[in-house]
Write a protein that binds this ligand. Structure first.
Ligand SMILES: Cc1cc2nc3c(=O)[nH]c(=O)nc-3n(C[C@H](O)[C@H](O)[C@H](O)COP(=O)(O)OP(=O)(O)OC[C@H]3O[C@@H](n4cnc5c(N)ncnc54)[C@H](O)[C@@H]3O)c2cc1C
Length: 403
């Protein structure tokens, strides 16, 4: 599956950071992880840090799936408002999901500090009302969040204008958010996995899974076998093809990045990511070298060639939208690209076994706009499952919620 068009910024910026060998012999391990993106890397890192014997299998080069196309805003505020999640699953479960995402940001901060040099920075997040009619739902959201201890400020129209030069009816300013280079992070984590004795193979495609107890056998297209006690399916949006049950819808998102901008012109955008209440939303954040990364214009296109034909037009639209929001910024896209992402009906991910395979095959579907934060939670959740413990979010993030 082609998950991005052209050369997304992270791959261009970093190049091929390391090459791993292809698998050329049959092997055994505790846990095989299919997929060398940010999800597979976080999970493999978590498992090797707890002394599991782990093998990661990637069909292309590491990080070249949606990880290389991600805009990588790390937020606990997911695409579904806490208020709406509460209506679906009750306040306790909804707050648990939001808390899990908040903790994940802190965990990602700590991991980034350990592996170093992954362009991680803590940020604030400004969520502004796109229309006057969104004001009351934003207010309800703010009230519920602060009731549960999520630190945020309410900004009225004057405050948004004064502090961010944005003309909006109101906004929620959140103090816990971050940004990262997800491609670099994936490579750094997988290097640590290898350093701890784990094995990473790239250019190795898994073509079939035999989950007959007591273990699982994976077959590669080169006819190698991997025998393991558990397999983690961290194959990104390709995970859906291993399930008969449709669990998510593929969509396309479009992004561009500028050349570095003067710090004085970037202003508050250097430390604050911005997004809005309209759906699909416009979103943006800076990078460590002072570029502005802008995304949005999501659509239902699921055919890479059709998506790629739209990139230039979408980038022009995004440029115009940012120009209207920040007229003082004369933006010029340096790179633009489109990427496939998947959306679940409630905005939550799926982690854990599916009845089509049984308990030894664990899915890691970090779908939605907060995929990377979800992957961090998933690493902890799946390790708990493998160790026979119950994670507090296991039930909510399981396939049981869709029957
Ligand atoms: C444009 C865009 C913007 C985004 N913005 C954000 C954001 O701001 N914040 C956020 O948190 N998330 C964001 N996301 C989502 C986030 O990027 C994803 O959740 C994340 O990249 C998923 O990582 P992954 O490792 O699960 O998938 P991938 O990076 O796609 O990795 C899966 C890997 O599995 C490999 N694979 C598949 N099948 C096989 C097989 N049979 N054998 C071997 N290997 C296989 C693939 O080659 C691939 O490398 C965005 C996504 C896109 C596309």
């Amino acid at each position: 599956m082609d998950l991005k068009s052209g050369y997304p910024f992270w791959a261009v910026k970093n190049g091929l950071m390391a090459a791993f060998p292809p698998l050329q012999t049959d092997i055994k391990c505790d846990v095989a992880v299919i997929g060398g993106g940010i999800t597979g890397a976080l999970i493999a890192d978590e498992l090797t840090s707890h002394h599991f014997d782990v093998v990661v299998i990637e069909q292309r080069d590491v990080g070249w799936g949606s990880t290389a196309a991600s805009t990588a805003l790390l937020q606990y505020e997911i695409d579904t408002h806490l208020v709406d999640l509460t209506k679906r699953y009750g306040e306790e479960a909804a707050v648990l999901a939001y808390r899990g995402c908040a903790t994940a940001i802190t965990e990602l901060h700590d991991l980034a500090a350990e592996v170093c040099d992954v362009d991680f920075a803590m940020q604030q997040s400004l969520y502004y009302a796109s229309r006057w009619r969104d004001k009351s739902s934003l207010r309800d959201e703010f009230v519920l969040r602060t009731k549960h201890g999520f630190k945020a400020d309410w900004l009225d129209a004057d405050a948004v204008k004064d502090r961010y030069a944005v003309a909006a009816p109101c906004a929620i300013l959140t103090h816990l958010a971050a940004r990262i280079d997800p491609y670099r992070m994936a490579y750094r984590l997988l290097a640590r996995v290898v350093h701890r004795g784990g094995q990473v193979y790239d250019r190795t495609e898994v073509k079939s899974i035999d989950a007959t107890p007591p273990g699982v056998t994976l077959h590669t297209t080169d006819d190698m076998k991997i025998r393991c006690r558990h397999v983690v399916m961290a194959a990104g949006y390709a995970n859906q093809k291993w399930l008969k049950q449709p669990v998510a819808k593929n969509r396309s998102s479009y992004s561009f990045i500028t050349d570095p901008i003067e710090e004085s012109a970037l202003g508050a955008l250097a430390s604050t990511m911005v997004w809005e209440s309209a759906r699909p939303y416009l979103y943006m954040r800076s990078t460590g070298d002072g570029r502005l990364l802008v995304g949005g214009e999501d659509d239902n296109v699921d055919i890479p060639a059709r998506r790629d034909r739209r990139v230039e037009k979408k980038a022009n639209k995004l440029t115009a939208q940012v120009g209207r929001l920040f007229p003082h910024l004369a933006l010029q896209p340096a790179f633009s690209w489109g990427g496939t992402f998947a959306e679940t009906a409630d905005g939550l991910p799926f982690f854990g076994p599916h009845s089509e395979y049984g308990p030894s095959v664990l899915f890691a579907m970090a779908y939605g706009g907060n995929g990377i934060t979800y992957s961090m939670i998933g690493a902890d959740l799946l390790r708990a499952g493998i160790e026979g413990r119950i994670h507090p979010l296991a039930e909510l993030f399981s396939f049981k919620r869709i029957g």
